[in-house]
Design a protein around this ligand. Structure first.
Ligand code: GLU
Length: 337
């Protein structure tokens, strides 16, 4: 049996995964595919499943979409053993982690705006969402009081919202190693990729990279299964595991994305591919799962099935390694048009 076939061999204790929707109202076919694959792997390998609602993503949150996501998962036949746990219900674990990073001299306050960073960035950009931060506030000393040889962060989380500063953690200029179940060994230099990155936002909330590491560690997550748009973030998360002295690290499995016909990640511009919309337009869950199964190497043509049949037929080895393209035929099939 290969390592890919037996992901539970990675850690001791009860293997555990999480479903981690962001309540932004945007649960679409690509998310659904990642969730059902995660769920199927859990069933196949006996992992327990936690539902975590990632509700720290300030401006993108839409009230009520947490319950909508839960309802849609139920509709698909996806269940879990524990949760929903909401990140905003208790911010103290994130504050403690930030405090620890601060005490180690690894963080600093940053007052740069996006346009400051764009102007300063002669260096190549990071990923599509994030510019590489050139370290302006670290170098200028805005973020530091320097006492003797020890560098101390000036601002600690939680901080007054009136101070318009985020907190960044220092990224070393070296490759971070990790292995992904599907993508194999990875070496990513976070400093070259995105620079020192944000761990607390200007609004005074924990940033995604910090929150996800704190949660995965304290919730005993041994298996992280998600879309491969987050593959490059994983190096930042591995670095935070190291800085915070957390272990064991989860095993990471990053799944190929679902793309629109223009080759870009499935999004609003491809029309309304939200699950909720298909459901409201009369698409049965069995057709949605049938399409996800066809996209996941389970069947060679689209045929309706339920979540249990998906789990019984799913094999990570047969999952296409290339992104899947959502077509007009897929849309027509979902609606039985
Ligand atoms: N909440 C994130 C999303 O919906 C997932 C983050 C993760 O799995 O680490 O995209």
């Amino acid at each position: 049996m290969s390592a890919a076939d037996n992901p539970t061999s990675h850690s001791t204790g009860t293997p555990r995964t999480r479903l981690a929707p962001s309540p932004t109202g945007a649960l679409h076919l690509g998310n659904a595919r990642s969730f059902i694959i995660n769920w199927a792997l859990a069933h196949r390998h006996g992992w327990s499943i936690l539902l975590r609602i990632e509700d720290l993503d300030g401006p993108r949150l839409k009230p009520g979409t947490d319950l909508q996501a839960i309802d849609l998962l139920h509709w698909l036949g996806i269940d879990w053993d524990e949760g929903p746990l909401y990140q905003t219900h208790d911010l103290s674990p994130y504050a403690a982690a930030l405090e620890k990073l601060g005490r180690a001299g690894l963080t600093y306050a940053c007052t740069c705006t996006r346009s400051d960073i764009e102007q300063a960035a002669s260096a190549p950009h990071g990923d599509e969402h994030e510019l590489r931060y050139p370290g302006t506030c670290r170098v200028s000393g805005v973020g530091y009081r320097v006492s003797g040889r020890s560098i101390r962060p000036e601002t600690r989380y939680p901080k007054p919202a009136t101070r318009s500063a985020c907190i960044r953690v220092i990224a070393p200029d070296e490759a971070i190693d990790f292995t992904d179940t599907l993508h194999g060994p990875q070496q990513i230099n976070v400093q070259q990729q995105v620079g020192d990155f944000i761990v607390a936002t200007k609004a005074g909330l924990p940033a995604y990279q910090l929150a996800v590491v704190v949660d995965d560690a304290r919730q005993g997550i041994s298996e992280v299964v998600r879309g491969d748009d987050l593959l490059s973030s994983t190096a930042r998360q591995v670095l935070l595991y190291r800085y915070l002295d957390l272990q064991p690290r989860p095993r990471y499995t990053h799944l190929p994305l679902v793309l629109g016909s223009d080759g870009k990640r499935l999004a609003k511009r491809h029309g309304d591919t939200r699950l909720l919309t298909y459901r409201q337009r009369g698409a049965p869950a069995e057709r949605v799962i049938g399409l996800l199964a066809y996209w996941s190497g389970i069947t060679s043509h689209r045929q309706p099935m339920d979540a249990g049949e998906f789990a019984a037929g799913f094999d990570l080895k047969r999952l296409p390694r290339e992104p899947v393209t959502f077509t007009r035929e897929d849309d027509a099939w979902l609606l039985n048009a």
